[in-house]
Design a protein around this ligand. Structure first.
Ligand code: TXA
Ligand code: MG
Length: 336
């Protein structure tokens, strides 16, 4: 069974996301191959969640640690109920935010058909119904759950366009459904409902305040980020560009590119991209990953980033920026 595309293939893996593209994607998923597809958050690297070989291929393609479980995507609530046990809180969250940028972690149900590799051997499963026409068409046509991490190499910036995916994973997918740029541009919010109190595992496209309006106060794990299976979503090495990032910049030094925010920007940068010149956090979220990619260019020694307010979507934006600012193997290698 071919799990990988011939790396010397001359044809572009980008495919228009109409009915013919969906049919090709379904055929590829059926044979255990991987397909990339757009969601409202970021592009996903999808595989048949019931197939061990497809799940192994996802971990291999991304270079992702096997202990970091995947999000399973389904077309509707009924399909989700076949995989995990919903309690009242989960039902309320799902009806408030699905389809949408919210992932809920729940106990796997007894006869859950999802590969244990997808959930990294945990008793829980992360699940969401995406709010994107192409993703929903694909999920409805495939009719099995699709596990899909963000379609980037592990530890790198998530893709918000089809060409971002092609640049890093073009050789490992059967095809990439091109749905244009992602509207939200940040990954989904991950809420763990396996314990007594709901826990915010990852801030994302739905703000913590919006979730709390439904669930009441969320536990927000602070302090040292760990890499254990109980909270695998909080790995430090994530979203990292190759250039070092300097946060809360109020000036730029020679060789730095500037990622600015708001109308009052820093004077003197030779290269500047503004996340949102009128200070709109929604616009900033949608621009974040594409602008980080654009500035992650050997022309610059580093990227200076202006402060972004820690409210609403700013929580998720700052979460990604802080992770990206941690020195990683990528940056150490680039500096050496
Ligand atoms: O917006 C998104 O969520 C995108 C699109 C493609 O849907 N997907 C995405 O997947 O960001 P990924 O694999 O890059 O992030 C999944 C996150 C990770 O932080 C992972 O550790 C966490 O969800 N996660 C998955 N299953 C979990 C589980 N059973 N318990 C706790 N965390 C889990
Ligand atoms: Mg990811």
């Amino acid at each position: 069974m071919p799990l990988r595309r011939n790396v010397t293939s001359l044809t572009s893996p980008l495919v228009a996301s109409g009915a013919a593209g969906i049919a090709r994607a379904v055929a590829a998923l059926d044979t255990g191959e991987l397909v990339a597809f757009p969601t409202e958050t970021v592009y996903g690297l999808g595989g048949d969640a019931t197939s061990d070989t497809a799940m192994a291929a996802i971990f291999e393609a991304k270079g992702r640690p096997r202990f970091n479980p995947l999000i399973v995507h389904v077309a509707h609530m009924k399909a989700a109920e076949a995989l995990v046990n919903f309690d009242d809180r989960a039902r309320k969250l799902a009806s408030a935010f699905w389809p949408g940028a919210l992932t809920i972690v729940l106990p796997r149900c007894a006869d859950c058909p999802v590969s244990l590799l997808a959930s990294a051997g945990l008793h829980s499963l992360a699940i969401r119904v995406p709010a994107h026409g192409v993703a929903l068409n694909l999920l409805a046509a495939f009719s099995r759950p699709v596990a899909a991490p963000s379609a980037n190499l592990s530890g790198c910036v998530s893709p918000t366009t089809a060409s971002h995916v092609a640049a890093s994973l073009g050789n490992t997918v059967a095809l990439i459904l091109d749905g244009g740029p992602c509207a939200i541009g940040l990954e989904s919010t991950v809420i763990d409902l396996t314990g007594d109190a709901p826990v915010l595992l990852r801030p994302g496209g739905i703000t913590a305040e919006e979730v709390e309006a439904v669930t009441g106060p969320l536990d927000r794990p602070h302090g040292k980020t760990d890499a254990t299976p109980s909270s695998p979503g909080r790995l430090l090495q994530h979203y990292a560009p190759w250039r070092p990032l300097r946060l809360d910049a109020v000036s730029v030094t020679r060789g730095e590119a500037l990622l600015s925010f708001g109308p009052h920007t820093i004077i003197g940068a030779t290269t500047e991209l503004n996340l949102s010149s009128n200070g709109d956090l929604r616009e900033a979220a949608a621009n974040l990953f594409a602008m980080l990619r654009e500035l992650d260019n050997p022309t610059y020694r580093a990227i200076a980033v202006m402060a972004v307010p820690e409210t609403g979507l700013g929580l998720a934006i700052n979460d990604r920026l802080r992770r990206a600012a941690k020195p990683t193997a990528n940056q150490k290698e680039a500096a050496s």
